[in-house]
Design a protein around this ligand. Structure first.
Ligand code: SF4
Length: 224
């Protein structure tokens, strides 16, 4: 039997990148590039606030756990949940140190406002699938909390979303094994992409590398 190494497990955080743009995912997770811009900084601060308070908070029949590490050995992904709320419920699971049974409810923090696509929902669903495998209980719903307008959006974790998560992870794994970054395919989302300056989609589409260098290298001064 083969023993899985930690590096065999892809990061859950890559699912949102991969769903948004395969090239963005490859630049971040294959080439390890990252461009700090306002959007990523805001997102980091929001995540840090969620992860910094690592203690479990108890409010009556609600337990709030921040920064919970999760893994799926079936999907071979791992990551961290911003917040998992455990609600007391007879259909839930026992938790060490707490009486009764508890149902997990993942909440993922996101910068900005709700997006027109469902990349965030896919990441949340993948987290829920990890939790289900770890805790052996169903998680039919989670929530996304957006920095603007600072409220939750409920996300039903239905079969269709789950199948798309599985398909994305499978495609992500095969691209990871090939280790090749896809070419840029400019699209509407490029304007908001944190890697647009590295990726240069418009230039990649219209200019050859030598034409790009000619256009951007400083001109040589004439010899005296
Ligand atoms: S700029 Fe566009 S093509 Fe390039 S990584 Fe970002 S979204 Fe993808």
């Amino acid at each position: 039997m083969s023993v899985l190494q930690e590096e065999d497990y892809l990061p859950l955080s890559g699912i949102q990148h991969f769903a948004f743009c395969r090239r963005q995912w490859a630049l971040i997770h294959l080439e390890r590039q990252w461009a700090e811009n306002l959007r990523t900084t805001e997102g980091d601060l929001l995540h840090r606030r969620a992860h910094d308070e690592t203690q479990t908070e108890s409010r009556g029949d609600l337990l709030i756990v921040r920064g919970l590490r999760v893994v799926s050995h079936r999907l071979r992904v791992q990551g961290v949940c911003d917040v998992v709320e455990f609600r007391q419920d007879s259909a839930g699971v026992p938790l060490a140190g707490y009486e009764g049974k508890w149902l997990p409810y993942p909440v993922e923090y996101k910068r900005g406002s709700p997006k027109p696509d469902d990349v965030d929902a896919l990441q949340l669903c993948a987290q829920a699938m990890c939790l289900e495998e770890m805790l052996l209980c169903p998680i039919p719903e989670g929530s996304l909390f957006y920095g603007e307008p600072r409220r939750r959006t409920r996300v039903p974790l239905d079969d269709e979303l789950r199948q798309r998560v599985e398909a994305l992870i499978s495609e992500m794994r095969s691209l990871y094994a090939r280790g090749r970054t896809p070419r840029a395919t400019p699209k509407k989302g490029c304007a908001a992409c944190s890697l647009k300056d590295l990726c240069l989609p418009r230039l990649a589409k219209t200019l050859s590398p030598s034409a790009y260098l000619n256009a951007h290298l400083p001109e040589k001064e004439d010899a005296p």
